[in-house]
Design a protein around this ligand. Sequence first.
Ligand SMILES: NC(=O)c1ccc[n+]([C@@H]2O[C@H](COP(=O)([O-])OP(=O)(O)OC[C@H]3O[C@@H](n4cnc5c(N)ncnc54)[C@H](OP(=O)(O)O)[C@@H]3O)[C@@H](O)[C@H]2O)c1
Length: 169
Amino acid sequence: MNITLIVAMDSNRGIGFQNTIPWMGKITADMEHFRKKTTGHPVIMGRNTYLSIGRALPNRANIVLSNLLSFMTTDAQIVHSFPEALELAMTKPGSEKIFVIGGAQVYNVALPYANQVIITFVDGQFEADTYFPKINMNEWSTESEEHTQVDEKNLFPLRFLTLKRKTAF
Ligand SMILES: NC(=O)c1ccc[n+]([C@@H]2O[C@H](COP(=O)([O-])OP(=O)(O)OC[C@H]3O[C@@H](n4cnc5c(N)ncnc54)[C@H](OP(=O)(O)O)[C@@H]3O)[C@@H](O)[C@H]2O)c1
């Protein structure tokens, strides 16, 4: 099973502020990168991230984690543990690659299961209240790296990095 965490973070590992993205609307290239990578695959997210987006992402099976038995949606499926989320994701189209799309609580739970992490580093420091967990780089190798320049739709330089978990052998 391929479990990929996909995240955009700033220089301090900040990923969110007041249940939104700190650089919302200022980095079009990252939104396009996220759409291209995840479309056609199941996406797993926490309830806060689902509420922050405000709807299910199109052309992807949306799986939302919540402890609340009362939480319901019409456009996503609710599960109550990460193993349950994986089990459900495996039944969905595109399940050869399952994406975990945040937020911080769910990245923390999912990181030990992940064999790939796709990071967009936003070159800047933003006000944040949620952070991506620290990654032990001894356990990961860089699969690819790409840089983008600032333009009128992308107000900060970006670095797209794909990390692959090192295997034991
Ligand atoms: N920069 C990025 O790439 C990125 C990506 C995604 C999100 N974000 C940002 O991150 C912030 C949200 O992150 P967050 O950490 O506050 O929330 P979150 O991880 O999106 O959601 C947390 C909620 O998910 C549920 N949950 C989490 N783990 C669970 C588990 N193991 N079992 C059952 N339920 C579980 C709980 O819901 P209940 O309370 O219902 O029990 C919990 O309160 C926002 O600011 C958002 O914009 C940034």
